[in-house]
Ligand binder design. Structure first.
Ligand code: HEC
Ligand code: HEC
Ligand code: HEC
Ligand code: HEC
Length: 216
């Protein structure tokens, strides 16, 4: 009897483990924009999950096999305060990729490998993330943590609240390879399972992300 209970417990643990591992994927997140996605904004008919952001052919060089139209630079109002040592640039790197949907000026289904956008549910008149939704960030970034801002030893050393080098034992949070802070400093577009409170969060807690770069 005890052996049997032990066996059942073991099987349950295995099932839970598989589920936990399975959930750390874009498939179970709002970034699954295909017909099987769990969110409100999704396609009626498209079954491919990665296609909204990546394709294997005719992709743009703006990102890894990037397949989504991007907003022309120059449109954005950047974060600007006299206290800062660095100056944000117009969105570049991963930030430009995120804003290609989240600035609300381009259709969510506007992929490069099709001549017409993939049609989507619960989007605005032009297929965009509708204004008024929390996920619609817009083109005014003056109230968003500075992005596309250089974070190098030269800028960090003149700001008392910045740490240098950034310190994350898991090596997930930090500036991108070109030395810029991007949306991906805090968010992981492929994984929404680490935090219940903060969407697509790179760590289990809020502070773990901030304290990689800031000292308090
Ligand atoms: C909603 C948009 C989105 C979807 C959907 C998406 N990705 Fe990505 N992916 C990105 C972005 C943005 C980057 C660039 C991240 C960066 O530069 O830090 C990226 C980067 C990558 C990379 C480069 C390595 C890395 O992790 O940075 C690979 C590989 C990748 N994605 C695979 C996939 C696969 C496979 C799927 C489908 C299961 C998928 N992605 C779905 C947005 C997406
Ligand atoms: C990848 C590194 C990085 C991460 C992660 C990060 N920051 Fe920052 N943060 C910066 C840089 C770089 C600046 C710009 C500092 C400058 O140039 O003066 C900045 C600026 C700021 C500012 C504005 C300072 C001012 O002078 O206006 C605040 C507030 C801030 N960060 C808070 C946070 C919080 C809260 C988190 C976590 C949710 C966080 N940061 C995560 C690097 C980071
Ligand atoms: C192809 C379009 C597309 C791209 C590219 C994209 N997203 Fe999204 N994202 C969406 C949609 C659509 C949703 C669901 C929004 C909703 O339901 O209001 C979403 C949801 C989110 C959410 C959760 C919002 C919520 O209300 O829970 C976050 C955070 C997020 N995205 C961040 C990012 C970041 C960071 C990037 C770049 C690394 C990115 N996204 C790239 C389309 C995109
Ligand atoms: C310094 C960390 C940090 C950076 C950088 C950052 N975000 Fe966020 N983001 C957050 C936090 C924290 C939340 C949750 C806000 C809340 O719960 O009030 C959030 C929420 C969101 C949401 C959900 C809407 C909402 O207000 O809850 C979206 C979409 C999003 N971020 C996209 C982006 C995009 C796109 C970028 C780059 C332009 C970006 N984020 C840069 C920390 C960050």
């Amino acid at each position: 009897m005890i052996k049997r209970i032990g066996f059942i417990v073991l099987v349950l643990i295995l099932i839970i483990q598989v589920r936990l591992e399975g959930s750390s994927s874009v498939f179970d997140s709002k970034h699954n924009l295909s017909a099987s996605g769990p969110g409100e904004i999704k396609s009626d008919s498209e079954t491919r999950v990665c296609i909204f952001c990546h394709s294997s052919h005719n992709a743009s060089t703006e990102g890894p096999l990037w397949n989504h139209q991007t907003t022309a630079p120059g449109k954005f109002k950047t974060y600007n305060r006299s206290t800062m040592s660095g100056r944000p640039e117009q969105p570049n790197g991963a930030t430009k990729l995120c804003l290609s949907c989240h600035d609300g000026t381009i259709a969510v289904g506007a992929v490069l490998n099709k001549s017409r956008p993939i049609s989507m549910r619960n989007v605005g008149a032009s297929g965009e993330i509708p204004a008024g939704r929390k996920s619609h960030i817009g083109t005014d970034l003056s109230a968003t943590h500075p992005v596309s801002i250089p974070y190098r030893q030269s800028t960090a050393s003149s700001v008392s609240h910045l740490r240098w080098p950034p310190s994350d034992p898991e090596n997930k949070v930090g500036p991108d390879p070109d030395g810029f802070v991007q949306c991906t400093a805090c968010h992981d577009p492929h994984d929404d399972s680490r935090s219940d409170r903060y969407p697509f969060w790179k760590k289990a807690t809020f502070d773990e992300v901030c304290l990689t770069c800031h000292v308090y």
